[in-house]
Design a protein around this ligand. Sequence first.
Ligand SMILES: Nc1nc2c(ncn2[C@@H]2O[C@H](COP(=O)(O)OP(=O)(O)OP(=O)(O)O)[C@@H](O)[C@H]2O)c(=O)[nH]1
Ligand SMILES: [Zn+2]
Length: 192
Amino acid sequence: MSLRFISQAELPTEFGTFQVHVFEHKGQEHLALVMGSLSESDVILTRIHSECLTGDGLFSLRCDCGPQLAHAMQAIQKAGQGVLIYLRQEGRGIGLTEKIKAYQLQDQGMDTFDANIKLGHAADSRDYGMLKEVFAHLNVKQVDLMTNNPDKIEALESQGISVHKRIPLHVGHNPHNKRYIDTKRNRFKHLD
Ligand SMILES: Nc1nc2c(ncn2[C@@H]2O[C@H](COP(=O)(O)OP(=O)(O)OP(=O)(O)O)[C@@H](O)[C@H]2O)c(=O)[nH]1
Ligand SMILES: [Zn+2]
């Protein structure tokens, strides 16, 4: 077991009260926000969200992360049951400083894919290898997944978690993130 469950507590939010679980995996902290009681025979409405300090916490319009996070939490509240896994994979895994450097390259005309490469990183360095143990801890076997990213579906299926349905997540589009969202579709093969 490389994932360690540390603790859990109540987390009242604008979108209802969740139980927040904290885990440690390879020196990083990850969270799962859980609403309702979860049983492995249920298909659980799920979002796997990658940390974006600028979008999730600082209202940045350069990406669509903040609105996606709010929308997912609201959808879980509406369903009365669900899971939001918050992975500390800032900047698609390269960290905050490197993401800001990548933003600078994008200010000079590069797209988000090439900016990562120029900085010596993979276009996407996220690791989803901890999800099997997170879902086992939460007693979840089947999900309806809110995402446009095919890599997340593949990562779950390859770890034995069945993706019953993909729910597209197209919110928070604005003139500042248009190129970023187009690049996700064209170069990261994100789904419509
Ligand atoms: N390296 C880098 N990371 C970025 C940039 N813009 C946003 N991110 C990070 O990208 C991650 C979100 O990834 P997205 O590709 O927007 O969405 P996704 O999580 O792959 O897919 P969805 O499930 O459809 O939202 C977060 O960790 C952000 O911090 C950027 O220009 N460069
Ligand atoms: Zn973002």
